[in-house]
Write a protein that binds this ligand. Structure first.
Ligand SMILES: NC(=O)CC[C@H](N)C(=O)O
Length: 303
């Protein structure tokens, strides 16, 4: 398989989508992202990396952090988490409040904001610092010691985070947060505002392609936990467009409003594409197009 050629071709195909979609501006500090940037990187299970376009340029990982918080909570605390958060697609936007009331403060899944807030609360309880755990994990898997949170983006999100605050307080009113609401939200914003490149994220996503085994050979998750996370990524990782993403790309994947999408090829590697302009569901138009072109040309979907 000529990964380099596949990635180059996928980015070329996706460039035709630049100019479509809109950069997220509900977090004002994200609005200045360059809508014409596009990058892609693929890291294989044995450590080879292929990259194209702006694959080394750091961007705001936003909801892609939810993949790592979930993995770290399952690693540290096991499946007790699933009493507090479900694992069904929500069919609603990532920041929706509607289901929480009828479902008594139990979020539908860990990849919408409500669910990720509960996961962050649990990681904070288990480790004392959720965001630092995510940063440390990303730094070691990507071998990039410079990977950090952008404090200005975290502050901007906190300042404009009325909806996330509403979600968190509502969840707390149902007794589903252990820690102080403001402390949980601060940690949530801090891990969402981590900056990493396509290369960093493709390397960091490999533990799911390696069935739970980290870059250094240490086992983070059992084989079956890795399978379970990949399944939830496939059904819930791109919010109310998860069906469309499975249809077009056919890989477990997690998107973020910074424009990144990290997809897992179980047994083979991880591939990350990034371009800041988003479709109405909050997924990057050009990054999804790049992944679509890649799996269509290579046949490397899970189907
Ligand atoms: N979909 C996303 O990337 C959303 C994450 C963002 N930090 C928010 O809470 O709105």
């Amino acid at each position: 398989m000529n990964y380099q050629e596949l990635i180059d071709d996928a980015v070329d195909a996706a460039r035709t989508h630049l100019g479509h979609g809109r950069v997220a501006d509900y977090i004002p500090a994200l609005a200045c992202a360059d809508p014409n940037a596009i990058g892609m990187a693929l890291a294989t299970v044995d450590g080879e990396v292929f990259q194209a376009g702006d694959a080394d340029r750091p961007f705001s990982i936003q909801s892609i952090s939810k993949l790592f918080t979930l993995a770290l909570v399952l690693a540290e605390g096991g499946d007790a988490l699933w009493r507090r958060v479900g694992r069904e697609p929500s069919g609603n936007p990532f920041n929706s409040l509607v289901q929480l009331e009828t479902e008594h403060g139990i979020p539908r899944n860990p990849f919408i904001n409500a669910g990720a807030i509960v996961v962050t609360d649990r990681l904070l309880g288990l480790t004392g610092d959720a965001a630092e755990h995510v940063r440390r994990f990303l730094r070691s898997e990507s071998e990039n010691p410079n990977l950090a949170t952008n404090a200005a983006i975290a502050a901007s999100e906190a300042e404009h985070g009325h909806r996330n605050a509403a979600l968190a307080h509502f969840i707390a009113s149902h007794g589903n947060l252990d820690n102080d609401v403001d402390a949980v939200l601060a940690q949530y914003y801090e891990h969402c505002a981590i900056e990493a490149s396509c290369r960093d994220l493709a390397l960091a996503g490999r533990f799911l392609a390696r069935h739970g085994v980290r870059a250094d050979g240490e086992r983070l998750l059992s084989r079956s936990e890795a399978k379970q996370i990949n399944a939830v990524l496939l059904t819930c990782g791109t919010y109310d467009a998860a069906g469309e993403f499975a249809y077009r790309v056919g890989l477990p994947g997690k998107s973020g409003v910074g424009g990144g999408v990290l997809a897992i090829m179980p047994g083979r590697g991880a591939v990350c594409a990034w371009s800041p302009a988003l479709d109405p569901a909050g997924n990057s138009v050009a990054a999804v197009a790049a992944l679509d072109a890649f799996t269509t040309a290579s046949g490397l979907s899970v189907f």
